[in-house]
Ligand binder design. Structure first.
Ligand code: ADP
Ligand code: ADP
Length: 232
């Protein structure tokens, strides 16, 4: 479903060049939960931005659903963005809009009719366990509830892949586990492939099937979570 072939990303600035991602290869298969773990600065966010086409690699090829992400433009790129949902550490909700309005936003952008948007948003509210909070504003919600809205919004246009950028790093341990359980449910029940980045081993152990450990732009270890963590 996702294939990275010898990906390198170098940021160039006047002061210095940074090799954020250095010759990375991996594959993520349909239905997997794939985690990338590593310290701050390891290159995890850069990889995520490469996967959704927000950045272009300096060299190498990225295929998502058989499409070469770096070459997509215009309408193709807009269609591609709908196949990939994303959630964030700080939720990135619109504070002046209600739960339901936040969830409907991606559907508005692709001009789904209002009645259909509402019906779909209400289904998603139920899926993420926020029934009764449809008309609340983000400021009235707990962190875990805000992330549930983030997840519902990411699913609005029926993506095949969900990218999670430190999605539980702003949450307490119990709320983290609840959000991880929801991600697992989304993976199992909707068959959505999940790629997540985190600096927390707990997140990897709790929900990931595969893991890539990153250091200084390189993958230093990769495999199933059981394999990687059973090393002496
Ligand atoms: P992580 O997500 O693992 O913390 P990042 O991908 O954010 O790592 O960063 C990897 C390296 O690339 C770091 O040295 C960071 O400072 C650098 N970097 C990230 N984004 C940019 C950017 N837009 N411009 C220049 N350097 C960047
Ligand atoms: P971060 O800590 O990542 O900078 P926040 O979690 O504070 O971000 O906010 C996430 C997004 O929501 C940002 O784009 C920010 O501009 C916006 N935002 C945060 N708080 C408010 C607010 N009270 N009103 C409007 N927008 C907000």
């Amino acid at each position: 479903m996702i294939e990275l072939k010898n990906i390198t990303k170098q940021y160039e600035s006047k002061k210095r060049n940074v090799l954020a991602v250095n010759q990375v290869d991996f594959k993520v298969y349909k239905g997997e939960i794939f985690g990338m773990v590593g310290y701050s600065g390891a290159g995890k966010s850069t990889l995520l931005r490469l996967l959704n086409g927000l950045e272009k690699p300096t060299s190498g090829e990225i295929l998502v659903n058989r499409q070469p992400v770096a070459e997509l433009k215009g309408k193709m790129l807009r269609n591609f963005r709908q196949e990939v949902g994303m959630i964030f550490q700080h939720f990135n909700l619109l504070w002046s809009r209600t739960v339901l309005e936040n969830i409907m936003l991606p559907m508005e952008l692709v001009k789904i009719p209002k009645a259909e948007r509402e019906a779909r948003a209400l289904e998603l509210v139920e899926l993420v366990g926020l029934t009764g909070r449809e008309h609340a504003y983000p400021s009235e919600l707990s962190g875990g509830q805000k992330q549930r809205v983030g997840i519902a919004r990411a699913l609005a246009n029926n993506p095949k892949i969900l990218l999670c950028d430190e999605a539980t790093s702003a949450l307490d341990p119990q709320t983290t586990d609840e959000v991880l359980d929801l991600l697992k449910k989304v993976n199992k029940e909707l068959g959505i492939t999940i790629v997540l980045i985190t600096h927390e081993m707990h997140v990897i152990r709790k929900i990931c099937d595969k893991v890539a450990v990153m250091e200084n732009g390189k993958i230093v270890e990769t495999g199933s979570v059981i394999e990687v963590f059973s090393h002496p």
